[in-house]
Design a protein around this ligand. Structure first.
Ligand code: ADP
Length: 307
């Protein structure tokens, strides 16, 4: 059974397109605006769900209009909203984004209710899934509680160590797989440092260059080889959320029992599809569109064992 639990953040992204980032004390007019669902947790849960996994999303919202908007987005996509905690005081997390025509941006995030995601919620997320997927936009003690409550014999634990925060490296020895981009890998002292701690391996994502699986040596045959998966060549218009789609799709595939090369291929396709439209989540993401993209590429570009 393909059952993924995602524990993480949920935000309403409020983006404004501007001619330039305003100066201190200045008021300017936006050239356009866009509101959409966001937060690494929500993006990853939506991706796992769109990739066909039975997905529980454990997160925390406030009691406000932003929460209503986010619940509607979940309803529309038929992602179960039963596992959302409701904060009586804090506002729903929001990300306030200014984007210029040259793609420069300035972002302020109000963490709001995400900062209060409970350890009880974390423990609930840790049980009953084949795969538990987390990131670091929620309190570290909450992530730690979930990992402590996870039975490694039943549940594969994936940590997308993003954003890179001090103290997270102390959690790596309780994770099966850690997923990082190049900036995050550098923050934690490089892939080898992370690999020395995790149980099964590290995935390094490289944007439009692809992604590499580094296994812990000496485990089973399937996870034993280093694998490089080139990125799909697509017309990228907004790379926000590519890493999140990658993580969600990877979790969905691994929960189905896919091998690492298979899972990397699907995750890369999900990342690529997300870059083809604006916003952190793409409604075009589905097993069908992933299948079409996979079918379109030559065998030479498929995941390769690194020798
Ligand atoms: P993050 O968003 O966390 O920085 P990356 O930018 O490394 O993560 O992207 C994650 C994955 O998404 C990549 O490994 C790749 O498979 C895919 N991806 C990202 N950007 C592109 C792109 N421009 N074209 C095709 N695939 C992409």
């Amino acid at each position: 059974m393909a059952h993924v639990n995602v524990l993480g953040s949920i935000n309403l992204d409020l983006a404004l397109t501007v001619d330039r980032i305003p100066q201190l004390g200045e008021t300017i007019l936006a050239t356009g605006g866009f509101q959409g669902p966001g937060g690494k947790g929500f993006n990853q849960a939506m991706a796992a769900h769109r990739c066909g996994a039975d997905t529980q999303f454990h997160a925390r919202v406030g009691r406000d209009a932003a929460a209503h908007t986010l619940r509607l987005a979940m309803d529309r996509a038929a992602l179960d909203a039963r596992f959302l905690e409701e904060d009586q005081q804090a506002a729903t997390g929001t990300a306030h984004i200014f984007v210029t025509a040259d793609s420069d941006n300035a972002i302020v995030v109000n963490q709001g209710a995400n900062a209060n995601l409970s350890q009880a919620g974390a423990i609930a997320a840790a049980t009953g899934a084949n795969v538990l997927l987390m990131q670091l936009e929620i309190p570290l003690p909450t992530v730690r509680a979930a990992l402590a409550a996870t039975d490694p014999a039943k549940t594969l634990s994936l940590l997308n160590a993003a954003p890179a925060v001090t103290g997270a490296q102390e959690l790596f020895d309780q994770c099966d797989i850690v997923i990082v981009n190049e900036t995050e890998a550098a923050f934690f002292g490089g892939v080898d440092r992370i690999l020395a701690k995790v149980r099964r391996g590290v995935i390094l994502t490289l944007g439009s260059a692809g992604a590499t699986w580094y296994p812990v040596k000496g485990l089973d045959a399937d996870s034993g080889e280093e694998v490089f998966c080139p990125a799909f060549k697509v017309n990228a218009v907004d790379t926000t959320g590519a890493g999140d789609a990658f993580c969600g799709a990877l979790a969905a595939e691994l929960s189905r029992g896919a091998t690492m090369p298979e899972a990397l291929e699907v995750a890369s396709a999900a990342g690529a599809i997300t870059t083809m439209s604006q916003g952190a989540q793409s409604s075009a993401l589905s097993l069908e569109t992933i299948g079409e993209l996979k079918a379109s590429r030559a065998e030479v570009n498929q995941p390769q064992v690194v020798v």
